[in-house]
Write a protein that binds this ligand. Structure first.
Ligand SMILES: [Zn+2]
Length: 288
């Protein structure tokens, strides 16, 4: 298959009433584990990179090892820059080969968000790169972007309508009560708002803050046509806990390849069960 943008895979997902999993990978091992799981399930997948992670490797260096993983995959794979608030950085990633960009202007007033999104869209001009936007503020911490509970704002249907009409983005993340990080307290999702926005949207909607939602919540939102589901915190937890568990149980081994193999298997299993549920509606997200 191919290294592609998210455009067709999300359109197909919306029409087919399933969602494509988008996983925030942090290095080669996590990227390979996610793509291998998608290949074994024979469904498309999105590798998401936070700006913080890209900066850790360097733009060109990161793409140099992501691209072969995508191009050698037996399914369609997109590489998506998550929550980028810096237009110039987004442009540099596009030039280096990212096939998809999220420009996050949600912390600015709607008019400014629209203006900045349009500037990023203009830069795409003719290239097959997809663009995701955000309206409303999703609570929590993602990539050092902190949105406090008091500042979190549900997206309004009117704002989404205006944003969609004026920007022509390829997919939209409306804030409907999901959060980045680990949920504290009761999760309050506004399904009615999600449906209202989907009804007026010509393009697929994206669900952020997927870690911690129940099978029922995911199922309901996918039934309401959520077409892309972001999983970030669960990957971080599986990675760090995997490292810790293996090292603790094998204190004198000092074999990096065996350690990597163990962590790879944990990430693969995590991605597999999420993709299996999102796309094929099989299994459970929350089994152990
Ligand atoms: Zn997010």
């Amino acid at each position: 298959m191919a290294y592609v943008s998210m455009k067709k895979m999300l359109k197909d997902a919306r029409a087919g009433h399933y969602a494509v999993g988008a996983f925030n990978i942090v290095n080669y091992l996590t990227a390979k584990a996610v793509v291998d799981a998608a290949c074994d399930l024979k469904v498309p997948v999105i590798l998401q990179t936070s700006v913080k992670t890209v900066k850790q490797f360097g733009i060109e260096e990161f793409m140099s090892f992501l691209r072969p993983i995508c191009e050698n995959a037996s399914v369609d794979v997109a590489v998506h820059l998550d929550h980028c608030t810096d237009k110039e950085y987004a442009k540099r990633c596009m030039d280096a080969g990212w096939s998809s960009i999220m420009f996050d202007g949600s912390k600015t007033p709607l008019e400014q968000n629209i203006k900045d999104t349009l500037e990023v869209k203009d830069y795409i001009s003719g290239r097959d790169i997809s663009l995701e936007g955000e309206v409303g503020s999703i609570v929590g911490v993602e990539d050092d972007i902190v949105v406090h509970k008091d500042d979190a704002a549900y997206a309004s249907r009117e704002d989404c309508e205006k944003y969609l009409k004026e920007t022509g983005v390829d997919c939209l993340a409306p804030a409907i009560g999901t959060a980045h990080g680990v949920y504290k307290g009761e999760i309050k999702l506004n399904y009615d708002l999600f449906k209202e926005i989907d009804d007026i949207s010509p393009i697929p909607l994206v669900l952020h803050g997927g870690t911690g939602l129940s099978d029922e919540m995911f199922g309901k939102l996918i039934d309401l046509r959520a077409s892309k589901v972001n999983i970030s915190t669960a990957i971080k937890i599986a990675y760090c806990q995997g490292m810790y568990a293996y090292s603790s149980a094998n204190r004198d081994e000092n074999d990096p390849l065996k350690l990597d193999d163990y962590v790879y298997k944990r990430i693969y299993a995590l991605a597999f069960k999420h993709i299996n549920f999102f796309t094929l509606r099989k299994g459970s997200i929350n089994d152990e």
